[in-house]
Design a protein around this ligand. Structure first.
Ligand code: TYM
Length: 328
């Protein structure tokens, strides 16, 4: 029996942080053995926001090296760059022609834009490209954080629509996410998610933050009133978020942690969280440093992945084009 397919992606923008890691990357690493795995650096999505071209190239390679350092194994996973596979934009165009504008205008990412008229068409069409990413590989599951659920719902809806209009072509994908880590909140505000593009660097712990920076950031993380270390999302959102992070990195349960920290203060809990983060991130950072020096290796991995991903994507694209009625 062939393995089921999983595909997911990350944009090479901003600062990759522990929210990305716990909500997505860690899961990818854990399940890559059990699936035919496609992991994509979503550079086409990333150009919907302004960037400096030279820096952008570096950022793209940086994220490739970082994913490998986190444990994505190129022997098990096809780790590729989205823009190197033209089938993504081609299928996105076809899907655009069966997508009602109203549906795109209702998507959160677009709705949040205050200046609608000035917003770029690429941002509006962003979910259509993401649907193409997923559908091209006949993906069964998409492991993502909660902020991507709406995009996944859209991909499911558009796949069903295409299938019913033109005949069975696409698999209807399912989201895969972990309840606890699918939404890691900002350390500066536990009511808003940790974000790559946050203006305040105290919002996140970046995967490449040094031990000193991690110490400083955890020290300045907001806490709640009271002094008990207790998992209470409603009344103690900041502590609950730090417990989520602690539990995910230590693989311990909240119950275990509540017992472990029963007699301890917020400051002591923060100190232990800091040491845990340093212990978990240092090996990733070491690997990242080695890998980012080895440009030849990165290029070779990307070249192999490009060949494999193109083959699969082109086959599905051809099927879709045939169904739509193109001469091929
Ligand atoms: P991106 O680059 O914003 O985020 C990458 C992954 O990290 C997850 N994530 C979080 N998880 C938990 N807590 C957080 N605070 C947090 N912040 C981010 C995201 O949910 C995501 O899983 N549009 C996508 C990239 C993409 C994609 C795809 C994903 C393009 N095509 C096809 C899946 C399938 C994005 O911008 O992810």
């Amino acid at each position: 029996m062939p393995k089921p397919v999983f595909l997911s992606g990350i944009q090479p923008t901003g600062v990759p942080h522990i929210g990305n890691y716990l909500g997505a990357i860690k899961k990818w690493v854990e399940i890559q053995d059990n699936y035919e795995t496609f992991i994509m650096v979503a550079d086409l999505h990333a150009i919907t926001i302004p960037r400096e071209p030279k820096e952008f190239k570096e950022k793209t390679l940086e994220i490739v090296a970082l994913l490998l350092a986190c444990g994505i194994d190129p022997k098990k996973s096809t780790l590729f760059i989205q823009s190197q596979i033209p089938a993504h934009t081609e299928l996105a165009w076809i899907l655009n022609t069966i997508t009602p504008l109203g549906e795109l205008e209702r998507m959160t990412q677009f709705k949040e834009k205050k200046d609608r008229a000035g917003a770029l068409a690429g941002l509006l069409n962003y979910p259509v490209l993401q649907a193409a990413d997923i559908l091209l590989y006949k993906t069964n599951v998409v492991p993502v954080g909660e902020d991507q659920f709406q995009h996944l719902e859209f991909a499911r809806a558009i796949a069903k629509k295409f299938n019913s209009k033109f005949g069975e072509t696409f698999i209807i994908p399912e989201a895969l996410s972990d309840k606890i880590t699918s939404r890691i909140m900002g350390l500066d505000n536990p009511n808003k998610k940790m974000s790559k593009s946050a203006k305040n660097p105290n919002n996140y712990i970046a995967l490449l933050d040094s031990p000193e920076i991690i110490r400083k950031k955890i020290k300045s993380a907001v806490t709640d009133s009271g002094k008990e270390i207790k998992y209470d999302r409603e009344n103690k959102p900041a502590i609950a978020n730090m417990l989520d992070i602690y539990a995910a990195f230590s693989e311990k349960t909240f119950g275990q942690l509540e017992i472990e920290f029963r007699e301890k203060s917020y400051a002591e809990f923060k100190e232990e969280l800091t040491e845990l983060l340093i212990a978990k991130l240092t090996p990733i950072q070491k690997k990242y440093k080695e890998l980012s020096k080895n440009k030849n290796l990165l290029e070779k991995i990307l070249e192999n992945s490009k060949t494999k991903a193109s083959k699969i994507a082109n086959k599905t694209l051809l099927e879709a084009k045939e169904k739509v009625g193109f001469i091929i």
